[in-house]
Design a protein around this ligand. Structure first.
Ligand code: MSP
Length: 648
């Protein structure tokens, strides 16, 4: 073992479905986690969801749901998404978990003990979508400087954290640890920001309930960013857990550039105040931009990662995300660029190399990988190019230059294709005397593909296995260490190759002209999600989800006070019901089964939290439950139980 490696993604807001932008960060973190594991590190990869705060509380209210039920459903969707994208996280943390909440409370207690917390009145502006406090002087036109949406005035009693008193220590730390904030441009931005002077931070809210209650306060809940940032500690069981002792400090927090301030100012100051070591690196990557605007859920121009995966393949999307954009900078998302990458890099360069190699081994050596002979011509160069590629991949991955590392690998793939043109195996095959040379050439090509498959593993989880299978290799690819790629001679002769499907089919750009981003059909989205859910969701989660859905139902005992026919319908009755403290009217399709007077006085099961509807001109505010087939239906009766009692 080489030591530990702890990598994290931001914990995403389950305020709606995630899009390809969130997938971008998570795929990058997954690639690093896979790479470090292959190198022999003991990796801990944390991702999760940031479930509290005003934004979620509001969204849930808008949808008429309890916040917990609201987030649960989206969180299951997110977990499905990560499973679908082969994200190899070790833990998915939810800030609504009990253990996390206890951790946040412990952090608050420690900060208070340290004397870093005081009570005061907050008055200022708040951006709900960003969950950020703003001072008057930071605003233009009463809009959020980050997202340009309107901010809201806020005035409440709050607890404050003495951020300002740590600015010198933080600046000193940043200066002495140039790797802490990356890329360098972001470090400069942050240093400038800190030098302008930090205000103390409001860290509690009283006007919302959906948060972690702060100990020793009457009705304060933690400001959602304090709650969220703490996940990096509670996710490894801070304060007492073994994992915390083993993995802290984190090696890498991967985040989008818009949340760098939280991660490189608030978070390190919290850690300084807690006397804990700071993370080794916070890397703020750029945005994936769609049609010149940062993609965001609220702007509506989202790209559904399920649909993209289903249409083009998860590995192709992962490849595109990592290959197309310089990780630290902004980059455009574009469908034509994606299709070009699939056609040129994946189908042509990689797919053809495999196809040509396997076909020739089948044709000239009855499918068995031949024995290599002596080194000649471009052989040496091919092998040294493989070593160069490996070193370049490594050094680039160490700096999170995904694009360059893939470029280095593709340079080698193209070099291998060129090797075919240089050695011209089809000409060698014409002369029996050239058979040993032909064997060497094909051995080297299979060797090159073996190296390529080994190197592709962090980026694309499925494709290397497909290559491996076509090469007929038996060893478990996922168990071979990264260093194995340096062993050219690791390929054994005599194994039988097996031609398979093309790795990536070529696509016709024209066919996708109106498959545009915005045109993604809702039915298709639903279908893809459903298919993946049924196939992938573990039973336990399915069960929980069902239970949560059940909890959303407001089922009560109701007493039918009066029933009368609904005019114009021979099936409907209008019922007056008592729910104890409240009276309701509901329409029920029971006229075939019951005479109105037979129903009065009965205690029945009633679903009380439905949107009111008007049926045959009559308002209906709930539903009486019944069972059985039409014409022979029976109401669900609960005799002897008080009206208004909940059914559980
Ligand atoms: N909940 C906070 C993070 C708390 S971390 C302690 C949050 N959540 S979020 O759902 O808004 O996710 C923001 C993150 O998602 C970005 O920082 C980035 O990692 C990723 N991205 C969201 N949209 C993106 C793009 N369009 N492009 C690149 N990354 C994107 O902020």
């Amino acid at each position: 073992m080489k030591g530990t490696y702890y990598v994290t993604t931001p914990i995403y807001y389950p305020s709606g479905k995630l899009h390809i932008g969130h997938t971008y960060t998570t795929v990058a973190a997954d690639t690093i986690a896979r790479y470090r594991r292959l190198q022999g590190y003991d990796v801990f990869f944390l991702t999760g969801t940031d479930e509290h705060g005003q934004k979620i509380e509001r969204k849930a209210r808008e949808e008429g749901k309890k916040p917990q039920a609201y987030v649960d459903e989206i969180v299951f969707w997110i977990k499905d998404l990560w499973r679908y994208y082969n994200i190899s996280y070790d833990r998915f943390i939810r800030t609504t978990e009990e253990e996390h909440k206890k951790g946040v409370q412990e952090i608050f207690r420690r900060l208070e003990e340290k004397g870093d917390i005081y009570r005061d009145k907050y008055s200022g502006w708040y951006c709900v979508p960003c969950e950020t406090f703003w001072m008057e002087r930071q605003l233009e036109d009463k809009t959020c400087p980050d997202c340009q949406r309107p901010v809201e005035w806020m005035e409440e009693e709050s607890y404050f954290f003495r951020l300002s008193s740590y600015s010198d220590r933080l600046l000193e730390y940043i200066e002495n640890n140039p790797g802490f904030i990356q890329p360098d441009t972001r470090r400069n931005e942050m240093v400038n920001f800190i030098r302008q002077g930090l205000d103390d931070l409001c860290i509690s809210r009283t006007s919302i309930n959906w948060g972690v209650p702060l100990p020793g306060t009457e009705d304060h809940v933690a400001y959602v960013w304090i709650d969220a940032l703490s996940n990096y500690l509670t996710g490894i069981n801070f304060p007492e857990g073994k994992k915390f002792k083993k993995y802290w400090p984190a090696d890498l927090h991967l985040v989008g550039k818009e949340i760098m301030r939280f991660h490189t100012i608030i978070w390190p100051i919290m850690l300084l105040a807690l006397d804990l070591p700071l993370p080794r690196q916070v890397f703020g990557h750029g945005w994936l931009i769609l049609e010149q605007e940062k993609m965001s859920k609220s702007r509506g121009n989202v790209v559904d990662p399920f649909v993209l995966g289903e249409e083009f393949g998860v590995d192709a999307i992962r490849y595109y995300l990592l290959r197309e954009v310089v990780f630290g900078s902004d980059g455009n998302y574009s469908l034509p660029a994606l299709i070009r990458r699939i056609n040129y890099d994946l189908a042509n360069d990689l797919g053809n190399l495999l196809h040509r190699t396997v076909t020739m081994i089948e044709k000239y050596f009855k499918g068995k990988i031949p024995r290599p002979g002596s080194e000649e011509g471009p052989d040496k160069e091919l092998k040294s190019e493989a070593r160069n590629a490996l070193q370049e991949i490594e050094s680039n991955l160490d700096h999170l230059y995904f694009q360059n590392s893939l470029e280095a690998l593709w340079k080698f793939i193209r070099r291998s294709n060129k090797y075919i043109d240089e050695t011209q195996p089809w000409i060698l095959a014409r002369e029996e005397s050239q058979r040993p040379r032909l064997g060497t050439v094909l051995y080297n090509l299979a060797g090159a593909l073996r190296v390529i498959a080994l190197c592709l593993r962090p980026f694309m989880p499925d494709t290397p296995h497909a290559i491996w299978k076509q090469l007929g290799l038996k060893k478990d690819l996922s168990k071979l260490p990264w260093q194995e790629a340096y062993r050219w001679e690791g390929l054994t002769s005599g194994v039988k190759v097996k031609k398979g499907q093309p790795l990536f089919p070529r696509l016709d750009l024209e066919e996708y002209e109106d498959w545009g981003i915005k045109e993604v059909k809702q039915e298709k989205v639903k279908k893809v999600e459903k298919e993946n859910r049924v196939r992938e969701r573990p039973e336990k989660e399915e069960k929980l989800l069902k239970m949560d859905r059940f909890k959303e139902l407001d089922l009560l005992v109701a007493r039918i006070e009066k029933a009368e026919p609904v005019e114009g319908s021979d099936n409907l009755l209008c019922l007056q019901l008592s729910l104890g403290r409240e009276q309701r009217q509901a329409v029920a399709g029971l006229a075939q089964e019951y005479k109105p007077e037979e129903l009065t006085g009965r205690h029945v099961a009633f679903l009380a939290n439905l949107e009111p509807a008007t049926i045959f001109g009559v308002r209906s505010e709930g539903m009486v439950l019944a069972a059985g087939e039409k014409g022979r239906m029976k109401i669900v009766e609960i005799p002897g139980v008080e009206p208004g009692s909940p059914i559980s």
